[in-house]
Design a protein around this ligand. Structure first.
Ligand code: GDD
Ligand code: MN
Length: 378
């Protein structure tokens, strides 16, 4: 079909889902209304002759991308929309989209036209030919990212790829890609082990897959974004580090706890800074120490609210104040647990360092458990 000939009205009904499609394209979106029409048009051209469907997974975009996607469904039933409310997260959106499919093959592709849809048929051929997973790669023959990424982003991406390859011992080149196709059966078997936070669904899939996957790559050039903006930010980067630590520990340490512990460590620095500032101002030690505890707890609360529990973020002055009070209470209980276990170990074995460390670990675990239960109820 020629580009100019695309007329969704004509496709309507005629191609209406008689049989489940062979390929489901999962398109995660957040504020992509400026790109969606062009995306559907290009996919329709690229996949001419293929029995495909598209599931747009939208996290309740303020620009109403979901409403636009539903308008498309009325024109062309191959396009469907999964609107998720009160949730955010690229990986989670991709997982849910793939799990909503009944097609034997699923693909994930960005909505912002940065991924080159024209390689989709080649990817499909490879899966039909026996590959489990085909990755659209910027780092193989025929692939590049020079235009689509700033130098800083490219460096971050390279570093993340390096880390992920080490952590997962994976041998293919673009683990950071958000553009891939695979057999749906693989997602279905490991769905419960996937982490919905962050951007790195592919690395997560490879790490969680039930068996060693037969992976192939197809090169493409990562295009520049022309409309809308990227949602990649520092929190997305943090999520990724958390995910890799979780995989390296064999899934034994929850990502959230890792962040909680890191925030706790930052609290120690805040505590010391406040303590010395107060002492420098000539305040007496007891007062300085109390102020430091309060400031550190408060700072921990806000950082945890912004990062560790950002999917359950507390908003509004009233709930924040209440959350703070609960958090102080939780910290107090954590402190009792800390001192309790440290005391016990010290009295029994007389080892200062080990007793103190065990206290810290015990206190953090308690803090974390109680915070998850009472402060950031989910
Ligand atoms: N549903 C949903 N929820 N979609 C989201 C969210 C979210 O919280 N955040 C981003 N998206 C959608 C965007 O609307 C877009 O379609 C796609 O996910 C990619 O988001 P971008 O914000 O454009 O990401 P990027 O261009 O910086 O990064 C892309 O390229 C990287 C390199 O290949 C993504 O594909 C990354 O996954 C990829 O690693
Ligand atoms: Mn993008």
């Amino acid at each position: 079909m020629q580009l100019a000939e695309f007329q969704p009205e004509k496709i309507a009904r005629s191609k209406a889902c008689a049989l489940p499609a062979e390929l489901t394209l999962v398109i995660p979106t957040f504020n992509e209304s400026a790109n969606l029409r062009e995306l559907v048009r290009r996919v329709d051209v690229a996949l001419n002759g293929v029995d495909w469907e598209m599931i747009v997974v939208d996290d309740n975009s303020p620009d109403r991308t979901w409403a636009l996607a539903k308008d498309f469904s009325r024109e062309d039933p191959r396009v469907r929309c999964l609107r998720r409310v009160n949730r955010r997260g690229l990986a989670g959106a991709c997982i849910e989209g793939m799990l909503a499919s009944a097609a034997p093959i699923v693909a994930v592709m960005d909505a912002d036209l940065q991924h080159d849809e024209s390689i989709l048929p080649k990817m499909l051929e490879k899966i039909r030919g026996g590959a489990d997973l085909v990755v659209g790669s910027r780092h193989v023959e025929g692939g590049s990212a020079d235009d689509g990424f700033s130098a800083r982003r490219a460096a971050i991406s390279r570093f993340a790829t390096f880390l992920a390859k080490k952590a997962l011992r994976a041998e293919f080149s673009d683990l950071m890609s958000g553009f891939f196709m695979l057999r749906r059966e693989i997602v279905e078997t490991c769905a419960e082990n996937l982490t919905p936070a962050g951007f790195k669904i592919l690395a997560d899939l490879v790490a969680s897959a039930p068996r060693r996957l037969k992976v192939e790559e197809v090169g493409y050039t990562f295009r520049e974004r022309t409309a809308g903006e990227s949602k990649f930010d520092i929190k997305v980067g943090l999520d990724f580090i958390g995910l890799m630590l979780n995989k390296v520990s064999g899934g034994r340490i929850p990502v959230r706890f890792i962040f909680f512990a890191l925030v706790g460590a930052s609290g120690v620095a805040v505590h010391m800074a406040t303590l010395f500032a107060c002492l420098a101002l000539g305040l007496d030690f007891d007062f300085a120490q109390s102020a430091a505890v309060l400031v550190a707890m408060t700072s921990n609360f806000f950082i945890n609210n912004a990062i560790t529990y950002r999917d359950a973020k507390i908003k509004g002055l009233g709930p924040i104040l209440l959350g703070l009070v609960y958090f102080y209470g939780v910290c107090a209980i954590g402190a009792v647990a800390n001192v309790g276990i440290a005391d016990l170990l010290f009295n029994r074995y007389g080892l200062v360092t080990i007793a103190a460390l065990a206290g810290v670990v015990m206190g953090s675990v308690w803090n974390f458990a109680l915070s998850s239960l009472f402060v950031w109820r989910r």
